[in-house]
Design a protein around this ligand. Sequence first.
Ligand code: NAD
Length: 438
Amino acid sequence: MSLLEKIKNKQALVGIIGLGYVGLPLVLRFCEVGFNVLGFDTDPKKVEVLNRGGSYIEHIPAHRLAELIKRQGNGGRFSATHDMGRLGVPDVLIICVPTPLTPKREPDLKYVENTSRLIATTLRPGQLISLESTTYPGTTEELMLPILGARLQVGQDFYLVFSPEREDPGSSRFPMSAIPKVVGGVTPACREHGVALYAQVVEQVIPVSSTRAAEMSKLLENIYRAVNIALVNELKMLCLRMGLDIWEVIEASKTKPFGFQAFYPGPGLGGHCIPIDPFYLTWKAREYDFSTRFIELAGEINSNMPYFVVQRVAEALNRQGKPLQGAQILVLGIAYKKDVDDHRESPALKIIQLLREGGAGVSYNDPHIPRCGGMRRYPDFDMSSVPLTAQVIKQADLVLLVTDHTAYDYPWIASQARLIVDTRNAFKGLDGGHIYQA
Ligand SMILES: NC(=O)c1ccc[n+]([C@@H]2O[C@H](COP(=O)([O-])OP(=O)(O)OC[C@H]3O[C@@H](n4cnc5c(N)ncnc54)[C@H](O)[C@@H]3O)[C@@H](O)[C@H]2O)c1
């Protein structure tokens, strides 16, 4: 049976490499529509948790994985392994490994490169490889293809595509099946196989002319967000100086039925995507003697936001006759966005660091993140979420809302706190003269 037939009959074995925030939802979706899935991850602890039916991502409940996991006597569709020697077994390999930046803010493609080398050792005719990790235009063809195509002919023996992930972690507004999937292939046959695969799991597949176009489309989506968030962050700072409420202004502008999409200000960018991905393009653009000025400017404004928040904290304390030095600050929410358990690149971390450098004592509460420590960029962080009791709130000189989790009872917090700095407009309408916007 050809690979195309196996895909269409759902008889292809799907391998998913990198079982994190992107890989695990894909596992669920492929299983849901009837594929068998073999998951690969280099972290043996994650593999062990999955194989006993557990989960390490809050919004992916363990029971959903437990139902799928292959155990003796049940017909489960999913198992996980850290044995990369088995990469030749699946018919399809979908790569969802990290694509971070190096300390010099350059693309760090070692995970994609290592994975490609491992796949190359077992690559066999009839395999389809899809890269989903966000990266600069050219990665699939310039980095992966030379590694994978050394022995076998792409488009004839094996197939290679890029199809960017568009997961919105923690949000149930758009199920994966309802989010169209862009696919670019190295050859027309590659694209045909990629389109056939993703048509099994999403309602709409958008084929594009090349892997580079697909890579660029993902970057455009993320850069669009980064730039627009920077714009409203800048306008927020201006509005505060002018005595205007940016939130009221956005609500008013939003009523225009065309030509305007609302973006909201905040304490800075966070997560694994928006603060990082635009710089993949900046780096690549240098090869073309091109400087991506919008990206640089947005990066500058967004990375300044934690400094601005800390300045607002100091001003709010000052109005109460208190210095930042020695103040007790309770930070609410350290996740990079509401209702997720992910604090990678979260602006809260930078804010905590700056507050501490200013001499403040800092504690935090986050219902989704019980512990905060062991991070490369913040090696001296070793904190646990404090319970959100009336006493804890009252003891703080200032409560700083960084992440507006749904679980927070804002009217109650406002009634207990002495002083609040709100970076999200979460305390709208609750101001008794003790709430400051930041
Ligand atoms: N998180 C998101 O919302 C999101 C959305 C769209 C795109 N992306 C992109 O998807 C990619 C993955 O992001 P993520 O958030 O899922 O990362 P993650 O850190 O949650 O997961 C990556 C997983 O890959 C594993 N891994 C690392 N190297 C490996 C290797 N060589 N072989 C097998 N497994 C390996 C890690 O142990 C980890 O479990 C990134 O390129 C990211 O930019 C993420």
